[in-house]
Design a protein around this ligand. Structure first.
Ligand SMILES: Cc1cc2nc3c(=O)[nH]c(=O)nc-3n(C[C@H](O)[C@H](O)[C@H](O)COP(=O)(O)O)c2cc1C
Length: 326
């Protein structure tokens, strides 16, 4: 169990396994379809960028969606502290379980505006942003960051800056800004960050992230690095049952996995580009192990994707006959 403690409110994350924020993937639909299967302790929304005005409460509410039975944090990204306090207050009013701050986004448009991972060059700005957010709410405020821009040389200083400024926990994505998502994460940096946080005047928990591929990796990351919790990114789209399996539940069958995929396709709408995104990542229950089959689905028409999954779900019992009166 992980406890995030804010000035007046605390959040319990049990089990200590979180769904990562992933723009274009982990929206409220995805989160609502993942949570019921168990094993998920909490989730974080896709980032909302603060630009020329505070993020309105209605935008926070829309991104959070209806309750899903586990705490959901709202993630904000900002280059500085203007409009931050009001945005954080709106997130709290909208029902966020806590507020997460993004110091990891590598996108060039974000980087050029000195937000996301660009702030990794400025620990003092990270500290000011965290302190402003923490002073604006009774909720816990957390910081999610990479290990550095082009080197992990300032990793200890970065995590300490956020912790000392009032973060309730740090999430470390164990890659650099320049590291591509295809390269392995460096879990040794998680152990280093854990050590740095333990030496802080204000020690706070560390959430480890990066390179989780299987349920066994979740257990292994905790054992090898000492992180207090694990955050799962892309593997959750590859296998939405990864949280259940990591919690000791059964591995999904092909039929169960396909039924989940069909539910997802139905929820996003048949023509959504997210259908092909699902195929790109999907390997639940050992499916799409043949690259040629995956390529064929990616090249084919989008509706064929639903057809593929439908063919793997056994036909259920006939629906009960409709009773008519009179
Ligand atoms: C498509 C995509 C979108 C992402 N969007 C966000 C985001 O909105 N906020 C954030 O902090 N990280 C974002 N990330 C980074 C993930 O939260 C996570 O740190 C990263 O995927 C590493 O974890 P993994 O190796 O388990 O996938 C995104 C990653 C991907 C692949």
């Amino acid at each position: 169990m992980l406890c995030l403690t804010g000035p007046t409110r605390a959040v319990t994350i049990d089990p200590p396994v979180l769904l990562a924020p992933m723009e274009g993937i982990t929206d409220r639909i995805f989160r609502s379809l993942i949570a019921p299967h168990g094993g998920l302790g909490a989730a974080v929304s896709e980032f909302i960028r603060i630009t020329v005005a505070p993020t309105p409460q209605r935008v926070c509410r829309r991104d959070l969606g209806p309750p899903i039975g586990v705490p959901v944090a709202l993630q904000l990204m900002t280059p500085d502290d203007s409009h931050l306090a009001a945005s954080v207050a709106n997130a709290e009013r909208a029902g966020a379980a806590w507020v997460d701050l993004n110091f990891g986004c590598p996108a060039p448009v974000v980087f050029s505006k000195c937000a996301g991972s660009a702030l990794l060059a400025h620990p003092e700005r990270i500290a000011r942003i965290v302190a402003t957010a923490a002073a604006a709410t009774g909720l816990p405020v957390t910081a999610k960051m990479r290990a550095g821009i082009s080197s992990p040389a300032h990793l200890r200083e970065l995590v300490a800056a956020a912790a000392e400024a009032g973060a309730a926990a740090i999430t470390l994505h164990a890659r650099l800004r320049i590291t591509s998502y295809d390269e392995p994460a460096t879990w040794a940096w998680l152990a280093e960050a854990r050590d740095a946080l333990a030496r802080c005047a204000r020690p706070v928990p560390l959430i480890g992230n990066g390179g989780i591929e299987t349920a066994a990796d979740i257990v292994r990351m905790r054992a090898e690095t000492g992180v207090d919790a694990v955050m799962v990114g892309r593997a959750a789209l590859a296998d939405p049952f990864i949280f259940r399996t990591a919690a000791g539940g059964p591995a999904p069958t092909v039929a169960e996995a396909s039924a989940w995929a069909l539910g997802y396709l139905d929820a996003i709408g048949s023509g959504s580009p997210k259908a092909k995104q699902l195929v790109r990542y999907w390997r639940c229950a050992g499916m799409l192990a043949d690259p040629a089959q995956r390529q064929a689905l990616l090249r084919g028409p989008t509706p064929a994707i639903a057809g593929f999954f439908t063919s793997l779900v056994p036909a259920g019992p006939a629906p009960p006959a409709t009773r008519t009166s009179g």
